[in-house]
Ligand binder design. Structure first.
Ligand SMILES: [Zn+2]
Length: 219
């Protein structure tokens, strides 16, 4: 046990400086995950997630989403925190139990958002997979010289905005108004793109709104 902890600390500070860093934490978590996750596709998705230039809190959110660890109503019910069946429906449609696959990929309200996003990106909107498969499929459609840094920006902006909207409905009493979600996704993803990977690209927001794939492919 002592030897294991020591080895973990060494791995945690695995960079030559011996200092704590996000990269060393990522490497540590990645090595731990490989002990428990046997699905190669999920491991691939988690590995690619960390390579995107996104705020760290969004990286953690994406990590939890891909691992099905977000506190959805179905997840809270499985832990005994919610016990009343009337507390379980999706707050977007009230037609199904809110779990990760429904909330982010199957709810008809959310499918409308994905159709707008896919159309904006110039992709075929018929994406029938869910979870990490959806993440990998979306990333495979983005060809960029920057590689993984921008492949999933729009995917993460979409799921992040949906999660924020869901939380605002539940905890602030907002109404489920989808009219501004797509514009919000465009703006959030632009902030991430222009703030990090695309900082020196020369593109401006109208370029992003008209042809995001061109911006991503040519930075
Ligand atoms: Zn729903």
């Amino acid at each position: 046990m002592v030897r294991s902890d020591t080895a973990d600390r060494r791995r945690w500070n695995s960079e030559s400086s011996g200092m704590f860093s996000i990269k060393s934490v990522h490497l540590f978590l990645q090595s731990r995950l490989e002990l428990f996750i046997t699905e190669p596709g999920l491991l691939d998705a988690l590995h690619k997630l960390w390579k995107n230039d996104i705020p760290s809190k969004v990286g953690v959110f994406g990590w939890r989403l891909l691992l099905d660890k977000l506190p959805t109503r179905a997840a809270l019910a499985s832990k005994g925190i919610l016990s009343n069946y009337h507390d379980l429906p999706c707050v977007f449609c009230f037609q199904a139990v809110e779990d990760i696959n429904h909330l982010f990929f199957s709810c008809y309200k959310v499918l409308d958002v994905w159709r707008q996003v896919y159309s904006w990106m110039g992709f075929d909107p018929n994406c029938l997979v869910v979870g990490w498969k959806h993440f990998l499929t979306f990333g495979s459609l983005v060809k960029s010289k920057k590689g993984m840094k921008v492949k999933h920006l729009v995917w993460l902006a979409t799921t992040w905005c949906l999660w924020r909207m869901r939380n605002n409905i539940l905890f602030r009493g907002d109404v489920a108004d989808f009219s501004g979600v797509f514009d919000h996704i465009k703006f959030i993803s632009w902030l991430w793109f222009s703030g990090r990977a695309g900082r020196n690209s020369g593109y401006v927001y109208p370029n992003w709104c008209i042809d995001p794939l061109c911006c991503l492919q040519n930075i």
